[in-house]
Design a binder for this molecule. Structure first.
Ligand code: SAH
Length: 478
């Protein structure tokens, strides 16, 4: 089994020669499917089933009698080896490979250079399912599930869209507008009429919608979406819908590949990395991009790691959009503090140890030094520092200077919720050494407070925590 995955294609076989080697039931089934695709089918075998003989008499296929010879392949675009003799099938596959003709050996993925998928047929809509020969039964089960999902009228709907394609293209020249129009039509009342078999009514409804779409001057919009910390399972359903409807997606570097993979295939993906220190120029650049795409009538998704309103500058972007009259929506995301806490088994609040939690940004020296350290050093609370890897020494110094105990548990969570997550546990007074010793890198989050020690026993995700073994936190006397 090749390690790489198969490249799916749909082949146009009308009028093209296809050789089927074999004359039995299996060959017959393959021939029937090829005839439906309009192929010029040649069947080679020493003997033929009754149906194959019949089809040859009707002039629908061509028979070649005898033992396999490589010359059978002459002029063929595809070959299917469907004999009951594996040596013959192997010879057919070898000859096809020499001629560079795609060959499928029935039930033999190893010898095949292409696979025939299980198919859900709503022609012209066709859904193909394949496991690359790894588990044909699974492919069939999936096909059955999809069969139930797809209404039989979808074929008629696809045919209707095809009949109107040129007209729609002529009247809605802009690709984005056309796409939005079709999305509406294919899910709205036009589809409903088709489902009821009322094709003529569906066509007039389509004409009405098209006239309305021509007149409307569509205004674009921006959805500010929180992508969560990495694990795509933590994206909200609403966020997923926005990704599916987007024409353009402007995303940060923090957004994981898994989340981006959920975006609509033909959405334009633009990475807008913001380097530390050059925030201002690039933030203006991001504003300009948002404006440009929204003004062109596109649906823009501004996708940010975690939550857009937690250290994400989402507020600034919305203020800008509002000043320019662009409509917007906000979809929250799971912020790094919540995700890192959950995925490292560190409850941010706990009846025995912490009654409040603070999210703090520590991205530069000046912002660190101006924090209210007196309040931050208070007991019975949990602190979560974002962007803190470079500032650990100062965080420790400030907290110790304001009375927080050196033995206070801390946790560093790197790449929280991702498969490469690492958690380092330790005590506040050794914080910078811990980070250096384990080479903690960005993106990482710092959690300070008694609850951090619980990560030693409640961890459940990924690798076990690193760092010295901490004593379990003492429960408060009842
Ligand atoms: N809006 C984001 C935060 C952006 S600031 C949110 O709500 O999560 C960037 C900082 O977030 C990083 O420097 C890091 O401290 C933290 N962060 C984001 N994703 C993280 C992850 N998967 N693991 C650990 N920290 C993360």
């Amino acid at each position: 089994m090749p390690a790489s995955r198969l490249y799916p294609i749909f082949a146009e076989l009308a009028g093209r020669r296809v050789l089927v080697a074999g004359g039995g039931q299996v060959a017959e089934r393959k021939v029937a499917a090829l005839l439906e695709a309009g192929a010029d089918v040649h069947v080679g075998a020493p003997a033929f089933s009754r149906n194959l003989g019949l089809w040859a008499d009707q002039g629908r296929i061509c028979l070649i009698s005898g033992e396999f010879e490589p010359s059978w392949l002459d002029g063929a675009w595809l070959v299917i080896a469907a004999t009951s003799d594996s040596a013959v099938n192997a010879a057919v596959a070898a000859a096809a490979a020499r001629e560079r003709i795609w060959c499928n050996v029935v039930d033999d993925a190893q010898r095949s250079s292409f696979q025939v998928p299980a198919v859900i047929d709503r022609s012209p809509l066709v859904v193909a399912v394949s496991t690359g020969g790894a588990a044909p039964v699974l492919a069939r089960l999936v096909r059955e599930q999809i069969e139930r999902l797809l209404d039989p009228s979808l074929g008629a709907l696809a045919a209707l869209a095809d009949r109107w394609r040129a007209r729609i293209r002529g009247r809605l020249a802009d690709l984005g507008r056309r796409r939005r129009f079709l999305e509406k039509v294919l899910q709205g009342r036009v589809a409903e009429f088709v489902r009821r078999g009322q094709i003529a009514i569906a066509e007039s409804a389509l004409e009405q919608e098209l006239a309305a779409a021509e007149k409307s001057t569509a205004q674009g919009s921006v959805v500010l979406v929180g992508a969560g910390p990495g694990d795509a399972g933590l994206l909200t359903l609403r966020g997923l819908r926005a990704l599916n409807e987007a024409d353009v997606i402007l995303h940060d570097r923090l957004v994981s590949r898994e989340v981006l993979a959920l975006a609509r295939r033909d959405a334009e993906l633009i990475e807008v990395a913001k380097e530390a220190g050059t925030h201002h120029t690039t933030q203006a650049g991001i504003h300009a991009l948002l404006l440009e795409h929204a003004r062109a009538g596109r649906r823009v998704v501004r996708l940010k790691g975690g939550d857009p309103f937690v250290f994400g500058r989402g507020g600034e972007e919305l203020e800008f959009l509002q000043q320019h009259g662009i409509a917007f929506e906000v979809v929250p995301g799971i912020t790094a503090a919540l995700a890192c806490a959950a995925y490292s088994g560190i409850p941010l609040t706990h009846r025995d140890h912490a009654q409040s939690v603070r999210l703090v940004t520590a991205h530069c020296r000046e912002s660190l030094d101006t924090l209210d350290w007196q309040a931050l050093a208070a007991e019975r609370q949990t602190l979560v520092f974002y962007m803190g890897v470079a500032g650990l020494e100062r965080i420790r110094a400030h907290l110790l200077a304001h009375g927080r105990a050196g033995a206070t548990p801390v946790a560093l969570v790197e790449n929280g919720s991702r498969t490469e997550q690492r958690v380092v546990l330790g005590a506040l007074d050794e914080l910078p050494q811990l980070a250096a010793q384990h080479a903690v890198k960005s993106p990482a989050l710092l959690i300070v407070g008694e609850v951090a020690a619980l990560g030693g026993c409640l961890h459940w995700f990924g690798a076990a925590p690193l760092g010295p073994v901490l004593p379990a936190p003492l429960a408060r006397a009842a």
